[in-house]
Design a protein around this ligand. Structure first.
Ligand code: CO8
Length: 376
């Protein structure tokens, strides 16, 4: 027997610390001064290029980002450190990702009026996992007291939508009653804060989505009408960190390509048409017209990118609130971005309203989830 899958609850864990663009740029420029002073001779000899300053104006104009939340700002803003300082936890303590995801998951369960006993699976879907094994998802499962099973998955920025598709398919088939898809993203730990081209892009957050049978919903819910995932290999967003690092004959433990790398311009140019076509194809196959779509919850990487996709999908400039952005406050939070937007800007929709969640990013990967509001 098949079931209709539905999103019945979402939750967002937001770290307590913020970094404004002004703070970020001040720290970066202090780092650039230090770097240039330390390498004055090579710079003077023309063998090394001086580090140019970053600028608040550029950041807002190029991305729309005004601030970001992070787990630890002290290390990031220290020009002699330039990365978060996150203490090593003992194996007997909850891991950081599990702790963040737990908070978001508890909020999602509370919103749905459900408990751990109602859930059969946990999927931890994120861009980076803080250890190889045991799966972070299984730790979250244990912290919540959920029976059943759990596993980790990584599709970079599309982890959440791919996770929702996996969960929705399992609920539909009847193999589980409900799943929590959690997305703890500690982007600050794999961002290169010493590179002005990208130092402003990311922030930390965790989101959670409860997917269960529509018939089990305790309150208003979003029926998952259909999902669509697509990937197309590209090196334009890449991170070469990994467990083979120790085995490399050069022995270098901290190369630039072991942090987030991207060719932002190319990503912009290549991903936009891919996403617009993906959403257009998904809607056409489901018989959904632009006029039927009440809201678009897009991946939160870049404001111009979202403005373009909104125009392309709706065939006009989206009205205020039709395509909510949260990136001005959160920056890019990888897979969690579209779920933050959905969580914060969906409860006002009316019975029968249709909307679409869409993520896109490294891989390349694109995932879309077509949902319909039910007042219950
Ligand atoms: N301050 C001042 N000037 C700057 C700065 C700065 N901070 N940064 C760059 N500039 C300069 C550049 O050097 C360049 O100068 P010049 O013209 O002299 O060479 C000029 O400004 C223009 O630079 P860009 O061409 O790079 O600027 P863009 O207008 O293209 O904007 C963006 C850069 C914002 C990065 C834009 O290209 C963009 O948003 N692209 C899309 C990015 C995207 O969506 N990526 C998805 C990545 S997310 C993902 O998939 C998840 C990965 C896993 C998570 C990793 C977590 C860490």
């Amino acid at each position: 027997m098949t079931h209709i899958p539905a999103i019945t609850g979402t939750g967002v864990f937001t770290p307590s610390q913020t970094i404004t663009n002004a703070e970020l740029v001040e720290a970066f420029n202090a780092y650039a001064d230090l770097f240039n002073a330390e390498h004055a001779d090579e710079i003077a000899a023309g063998t090394l290029v001086a580090k140019p300053y970053s600028s608040e104006e550029f950041i807002v104009k190029a991305s729309g980002i005004e601030q970001r939340y992070v787990i630890d700002k002290t290390g990031i803003l220290d020009p002699r450190v330039m990365h978060p300082l996150l203490r090593q936890r003992s194996d007997d303590e909850p891991s950081l990702m599990a702790e963040m995801a737990l908070d978001a998951a508890q909020k999602a369960l509370a919103q749905a009026g459900k408990t751990a006993a109602d859930v059969d699976a946990v999927i931890c879907a994120a861009s980076n996992l803080e250890r190889a094994y045991p799966a972070v998802a299984i730790e979250i499962q244990q912290l919540l007291g959920i029976k059943g099973f759990a596993f980790d998955m990584n599709v970079a920025c599309s982890s959440a939508t791919f996770g929702i598709q996996a969960a929705a398919d399992m609920v539909r088939s009847g193999s589980i009653r409900a799943a929590l898809v959690v997305n703890p993203e500690i982007c600050s730990a794999h961002l290169e804060w010493r590179d002005r081209d990208c130092h402003f892009i990311f922030g930390d957050v965790a989101t959670a989505t409860l997917i269960e049978r529509a018939e089990d919903a305790n309150g208003p819910y979003f029926e998952i009408k259909s999902t669509r995932c697509a990937t197309d290999f590209s090196n334009n967003i890449r991170n070469n960190n990994g467990f083979l690092r120790r085995s490399r004959p050069d022995g270098v433990a901290d190369r630039r390509d072991m942090q987030f790398m991207q060719n932002g311009r190319k990503v912009f140019k290549e991903v936009l048409p891919m996403v617009a076509d993906h959403i257009g194809g998904h809607m056409a196959d489901e018989g959904v017209e632009a006029a039927d779509l009440k809201r678009l919850w897009l991946h939160q990487a870049n404001k111009s990118m979202n403005d373009f996709i909104g125009r392309k999908v709706l065939g006009r400039v989206p009205e205020a609130g039709e395509q909510p952005n949260i990136l001005q406050d959160y920056a890019n939070t990888s897979s969690a971005g579209s779920i933050i937007a959905f969580s914060k800007y969906s409860n006002d929709l009316s019975d029968g309203d249709t909307g679409l969640i869409c993520s896109f990013g490294a891989g390349y990967s694109v995932g879309s989830v077509l949902v319909q509001r039910h007042a219950r």
